[in-house]
Design a protein around this ligand. Structure first.
Ligand code: ASP
Length: 309
């Protein structure tokens, strides 16, 4: 795997390998047995992804080369490729990139040759592979397997990279993906069945809600009736199956896609997803670095967890 850009790059058994590794890392943190540097290049706002990459890298003992666009030579017109090459030249062993464009990876590859791996931390509306892997881990922890699950992805499908990455990976792992969207938020270029929220709610093993992606809309969407028509209300919550869980990649528009009282309800795994994000990102970093021969997984320092004094 040259760079980790799309969930399409992973075979089903590799997905499970990462999921299991992430689970293992929760109980047994490992450190890499050599000094490594990561460049975290975030060209779009991020809280969870950026912070959980930071924690994942620190837990692995990786030094972080933090980056602020406004204070970098990008502000003087330097290209993404030249910025990435600069990080490579000064010793970054891998890059984590979030970018608003869907094309940045092909631009990076066209301009020349980057000799370090890149991990996609969210690109345009097409891919968010690390979010997808942490979502899969959350479902795996709950159900033990992904095969046969009915996963309803509900919300602004048209502008969501989370929906795209998840739909592809879930299908590969044998889940049934169902979409539910308000008029105008569907994407019929993606071949998945649609149900209304009321129909979908009774089918779902997993209800994955999506944020309305206002920043990708030309006109601000009107949301005053959204919750009652398309969102997860308290009434709909009661109709979920006993074993069903609720997920959301966050940030959440409280009172829009979900009633605010349900964000931390019994069925909600929203904060569990965030916790899982750290371990999945550790597992992905290890997977990519070992594929490049930068580390060998049997060359890890196993850290004993510190007991509180
Ligand atoms: N945090 C996720 C993303 O970066 C979901 C969202 O922003 O709504 O795509």
């Amino acid at each position: 795997m040259r760079h980790f850009i799309s969930v399409n790059q992973l075979e089903a058994d590799e997905m499970y390998q990462i999921i299991r590794k992430a689970n293992e890392l929760r109980d047994r943190p490992n450190q890499l047995n050599r000094q490594l540097f990561a460049g975290n290049l975030f060209f779009e706002p991020s809280t969870r992804t950026k912070m959980s990459f930071t924690v994942a890298e620190r837990k692995l003992g990786v030094e972080i080369l933090d980056f602020h666009i406004e204070a970098s030579s990008l502000a003087k017109g330097e290209s993404l490729y030249d910025t990435a090459k600069t990080f490579e030249a000064i010793g970054a062993n891998f890059l984590v990139i979030r970018h608003p464009s869907d094309q940045w990876i092909s631009e990076l590859e066209q301009e020349g040759k980057l000799n370090i791996p890149v991990i996609n931390a969210g690109s345009g509306k097409e891919e968010h592979p690390t979010q997808c892997m942490l979502d899969l881990l959350t479902m795996y922890q709950e159900f033990g397997s992904i095969k046969g699950l009915k996963v309803v992805i509900a919300g602004d499908i048209k502008h969501s990279r989370v929906a795209r990455s998840n739909a592809k990976a879930l299908t590969k792992l044998g889940a049934k993906v169902i979409f539910s969207a308000a008029p105008g938020f569907e994407d019929h270029t993606l071949e998945y069945p649609y149900l209304t929220m009321d129909e979908a709610i009774e089918e779902a093993d997993v209800l994955m809600l999506l944020r309305i992606q206002h920043e990708r809309h030309l006109h601000k969407a009107e949301t005053s009736d959204y919750l009652s028509l398309y969102g997860l209300t308290k009434e709909r919550y009661k109709k979920l199956q006993d074993h069903a869980i609720i997920m959301h990649p966050a940030p959440i528009n409280r009172g829009v896609e979900i009633d605010t009282s349900l964000v931390e309800s019994e069925k909600s795994r929203i904060f569990k997803q965030m916790d899982n994000g750290v371990y999945v990102r550790m597992a992905i970093i290890m997977h990519v670095l070992s594929e490049w021969g930068i580390i060998h997984e049997n060359n890890l320092i196993k850290c004993k967890s510190l007991t509180a004094i």
